[in-house]
Ligand binder design. Sequence first.
Ligand SMILES: Cc1ncc(COP(=O)(O)O)c(C=O)c1O
Length: 441
Amino acid sequence: MALDRKTPNDLNAFWMPFTANRQFKKNPRMFVAAKDMHYTTADGRQVLDGTAGLWCCNAGHCRPKITEAIQKQAAEMDYAPAFQMGHPIAFELANRLVDIAPQGMEHVFYTNSGSESVDTALKIAIAYHRARGEGARTRLIGRERGYHGVNFGGISVGGIVNNRKVFGTMLGGVDHLPHTHLPAQNAFTKGQPEHGAHLADDLERIVALHGAETIAAVIVEPMAGSTGVLLPPKGYLQRLREITAKHGILLIFDEVITGFGRLGSAFAAQHYGVLPDMMTTAKGLTNGVIPMGAVLTTGTVHDAFMAGPEHMIELFHGYTYSGNPIASAAGIATLDTYREEGLFDRAAELAPYWQDALHSLRGTRHVIDIRNEGLIGAVELDPIPGEPTKRAFAAFLKAYEKGILIRTTGDIIAMSPPLIIEKSHIDQLIGTLKEVLEGLD
Ligand SMILES: Cc1ncc(COP(=O)(O)O)c(C=O)c1O
């Protein structure tokens, strides 16, 4: 079926995102179909999905319940206005999200992507303080190496240099915590590293510098994914929570990757036992099938807005597609699939096997660190002197040729397979990666 699809003969018009366009167009890599753990390439090969698409297809590909829900909803009601009108399934999905979220997360604001969730949460944070009469709290604190999407708010609080440096001045009033990567002390740690909780104390320095009364929120990924899987040192997130609470600063967890079972719990907040004031989500919310994101907030954050005349809009923010019916239907079917198949528990159960398999790569050529948590892992390579990223990109190309999909960021190989992965797939993924690395210059 899929193989009937013609490969286009002109690749010029599509300016591809986060892609080496010229390299790709000389030697294209096209997927034409997907099922469960595998993609099919245009030339008919099966490629094992080691990355759940882009950290999003947590239930695997083309899952029947999700496909059917989308088809049914498209035929029943394709779209309903998002402003001043409602439709039942957006409400149902919000309730379902609150049900699986940590206790205290009570409200859901819909977006279409992780980037929009982040910018939404930052705006809510600033507006929340203003609504409470603390309008001077406008500063936002992110973290070095953080990835919070690509919109201006997200790149301002984010800390990945290439995502920022060519885009001008960005938001003012932003500061950054230090990142938590301490390879000298923590290399090859299995799970959370021992060293680095003290890095959260840097927030006290930032507070002392700017004054707590000017700071609206701190945003971090509880486990930083896109920068190459950097885990929170033991005690770090607890410390951030204590300091933010002490100074009346909101804590936002960007759970765009860690949400929906990646670490073996619904959210990282539960996995690490730390309750933020807001959580940003997207990706696994609809199994990556339809664009959708959501910001979850505590009752306290939400309720601060529910004042003034009742006919007035409380938050001047939203998107044409916030809570889109087809996306909502996909979200409900996705949560059903996760629950019926026990996929969050499955991720937790498979995590030790995944950890052992990943760490078996220690000693493999070029490998200088391995990090893991839940069903996520990273293998860091020694960069080619003077040519950063080149070695990992070569590994990515070779891996694709050999039938596995991995992802690279800098000289780090990141993997985050669908939670339906079997042990035999893990063996194939890691075994093939070993061959690839041993064969690289
Ligand atoms: C933590 C985090 N936040 C935000 C985003 C941006 O999501 P999107 O690409 O859907 O805008 C990502 C994407 O990888 C992410 O990992």
